[in-house]
Design a protein. Structure first.
Length: 414
């Protein structure tokens, strides 16, 4: 066994152990005393249900990750990559199409396991705890749409990367990076226009008290009311959600229709104010810049892997196997991604706090706290995550933290 194979085995195992230990620490922490500011979120019966729910979700997540790790270990130990290369060569004489076939064959097992896992999660766990509203027909329709979209986007990209690397090795990074930036920008613009309607139906806000109050808020802060729409999340889940997406004329605050049954009008206005806060602080643009910088970093490492023959030689593969280079890159990137997720989480939590403060500064602090608690209750949120897990992985501040700094801001504004 050569050093490259040993290195990959160590990376795969340690990455899994890292996630396992961090998740286990966070999971066990749920039994610690709950802060008084969120004591009223769950009653005793609901809290017991949440404990059971979180246990089941934890087990499924760890099992899925464990299976993924076992597959990768088997591929590395028994040189499954050589087998994939041989199959792809038999199926096509075109080296660029071989790249697409190679990665498709590698991905199909992970895809099947992910679908089985999601199916169990949806129709067993989510169903038993009253969250699932989807049908099996709709579930598989969503899976097919996702698969088609992935294929339409990924196959040409892989083909293009292979052609580019083969014919423009010296300028590969520059051309690939410019292309990646264009794709990232287009995806962010087209997500709301093209992809979202494939899964959810968007409808304008109906006339009534909510629209009137949102109109007042929009006029006050200079935000277009037409940018606020409702999506039929209730066709799939009972959970509550809202988010901001898009740029310029395509920007949208999207409200799950499930919010209207659980939150008061003023609480929904507070939620919308939070999403508008993201727009005012230009968080989407900042996230886009962060994504572009991160992509550049990834491309540098990917180019280095492609130009280092020692990796493909360790598995006795052809030196121009771009698909293997990509898989190898993803595996080796795991430790670096832990650091990037950590830094990204810090930035994301900062953005969330800025948007939260925007709500308070516009006079909806109390309503926002009430909305926080209702959303947490309806979504079975973790009220007591471990501080280490929050620091390393949480993209949003935990509920206790948010309520406390919202109250502090309210007092400062009095």
């Amino acid at each position: 066994m050569n050093n490259i194979i040993i290195l990959l085995l160590v990376i795969v195992v340690l990455s899994f152990l890292y996630d396992l230990i961090i998740s286990l620490i966070n999971f066990k922490h749920r039994k610690q005393p709950i802060d008084p500011v969120v004591k009223d979120v769950y009653d005793e019966s609901n809290y017991k249900n949440w404990m059971d729910y979180s246990l089941e979700k934890y087990r499924v997540t760890i099992l899925r990750k464990f299976i993924f790790v076992v597959i990768n270990l088997l591929m590395i130990l028994f040189n499954g990559f050589k087998l994939l290369e041989e199959i792809s060569v038999k199926l096509s004489s075109n080296s660029h199409i071989q790249v697409v076939i190679f990665l498709a064959l590698y991905s199909v097992v992970f895809l099947v396991i992910s679908i089985i896992s999601e199916y169990y999660d949806t129709f067993s766990i989510e169903e038993r705890y009253g969250f699932n509203k989807s049908t099996k027909k709709l579930f598989f329709k969503d899976q097919i749409i996702e698969l088609v979209i992935t294929g339409i986007i990924a196959a040409p990209l892989l083909f293009g990367i292979s052609v580019l690397f083969t014919n423009a090795t010296s300028t590969f990074f520059v051309i690939a990076y410019i292309s990646a930036i264009v794709i990232i920008v287009l995806f962010n613009i087209l997500f709301v226009i093209l992809f979202m309607p494939l899964f959810y139906k968007k409808t304008p806000l109906e006339e009534g008290e909510l629209k009137e109050k949102l109109s007042v808020l929009s006029s006050k802060v200079g935000y277009e009311l037409t940018s606020i729409v409702t999506i039929n999340v209730s066709s799939r889940t009972s959970k509550l959600n809202a988010y901001f997406s898009g740029f310029g004329k395509n920007k949208k605050v999207m409200l799950a229709d499930t919010l209207f049954d659980k939150l008061t009008t003023d609480e929904i206005v507070a939620v919308v104010a939070h999403e508008i806060g993201h727009s005012v602080h230009k968080h989407m643009m900042k996230d886009l810049i962060k994504e572009i910088i991160t992509t550049g970093f990834y491309l540098v490492l990917f180019t280095l892997v492609l130009n280092t023959s020692v990796f493909v030689n360790a598995f006795n593969l052809s030196t121009n196997n771009i698909a293997f280079g990509l898989i190898l890159f993803i595996i080796m990137l795991a430790p670096i991604r832990k650091v990037l997720v950590f830094t990204s989480a810090i930035i994301s939590r900062k953005h969330e706090k800025e948007a939260d403060m925007y709500v308070v500064d516009n006079g909806f602090g109390e309503e926002y706290i009430n909305a926080f608690k209702k959303v947490a209750r309806e979504n079975f949120a973790h009220l007591n995550p471990h501080p280490l897990f929050v620091m390393l992985k949480y993209s949003h501040p935990p509920l206790v933290t948010r309520i406390k700094y919202v109250k502090e801001r309210m007092q400062c504004n009095e």
